[in-house]
Design a protein. Structure first.
Length: 91
């Protein structure tokens, strides 16, 4: 089976950054994906109105955040043309 190239997660609602949902979606899953060598993953966060893109570089995720009408830049799929607003509308 081929490895996953991209995972996109919509964050579960959370009260604050210490909340269990926040910790699971932002911390725990990121560690799991990094260990599995998944090239790129996105955290789609409707509460914060942002998309965080994590790109695996030398075994460590490098994060970039995008908001509003910014076009999301994917290292794995550079031809992809989508804005944060469009992604949030679909989520």
């Amino acid at each position: 089976m081929l490895p996953l190239l991209l995972v996109a997660e919509v964050v579960s609602p959370y009260r604050n950054h210490n909340d269990e949902n926040y910790q699971r979606d932002y911390i725990d899953k990121g560690k799991q994906y990094q260990q599995r060598g998944i090239s790129e993953y996105w955290i789609i966060d409707p509460q914060e109105q942002k998309v965080a893109v994590f790109l695996l570089v030398d075994g460590i995720y490098q994060a970039t955040e995008f908001r509003g009408n910014q076009q999301i830049v994917s290292g794995t799929f550079p031809e992809l043309k989508v804005t944060v607003a469009r992604v949030l509308l679909a989520s």
